[in-house]
Ligand binder design. Sequence first.
Ligand SMILES: Cc1cc2nc3c(=O)[nH]c(=O)nc-3n(C[C@H](O)[C@H](O)[C@H](O)COP(=O)(O)O)c2cc1C
Length: 253
Amino acid sequence: MNWLQLIERRDSVRQYEEDVDESTLAAVRKICQHVQRYNDSPLKFFLLPGAEVHQRQKSLGPVGRVLAPWYIAVVAGDDRDSLFNLGYSGQRVVLELTALGLGTCWLGSLVDWVAIGSSLNLGKGEAVRVLVAWGRKPESLPKKQGRRLPPEKIAVFPGDEDSKYPWRTVLEAVRWAPSAINAQPWRLAFDTDAVHLYSRPRRMTRKYCPIDMGIALCHLELACMQLTIPGTIAEREHPQRKGWEYWVSYLFD
Ligand SMILES: Cc1cc2nc3c(=O)[nH]c(=O)nc-3n(C[C@H](O)[C@H](O)[C@H](O)COP(=O)(O)O)c2cc1C
């Protein structure tokens, strides 16, 4: 399965089978050890068994809790660069787990982060910022029909769409990225020599915005790679859009 197919296949899974075999566990451990990063900010992935996490999930009863056999605790600083990196790398992990046929769900709330971090021997400024629940998805569970903003709300094109690049496919890959409370803060300006990535954060989910943007960048880069649109990620001159905050661009070679 290629990256575009994995992006299409992934959805947030909130129910899991209980067991995970040793070879799957070993494969996930390896993925966490070799994940591609966006920048050099400290980032660590720890595999935690369900029993260790379930007692630290905050909610009354099972409502709102995602009970999985295993979790990945993602440790990082809480500055913008660290969280952007976390989103970018974490989503690579999520897609690689999807390639193994596993279900995943990012979790950013209802967890006692201090208690989860207490057994992990963390350095100064480091803390568990999110969990990724993972495990085998029950076969009877269908892929959900997700909801997303329409393309015209999140992207602008130069004049009439240049047909040289498959813009629409790149746009769809970003559009179907996961985001906290499905806030979809990402925005895209397609140009003849680059795709520029922006955010339009909402107040309620502002703290997750850098993570969501890292996830969006991961999808943008993988889509371009899969479509053999060679390029590099860098900050560049970009069009100004009212209410949009610029992050980075994918510059075509
Ligand atoms: C940073 C982040 C935090 C999230 N936190 C939670 C969470 O605490 N609980 C939950 O059930 N889903 C959580 N999600 C999953 C989103 O609700 C989900 O991605 C969004 O609704 C889109 O649905 P989809 O992933 O099925 O496409 C989170 C996603 C992200 C990216």
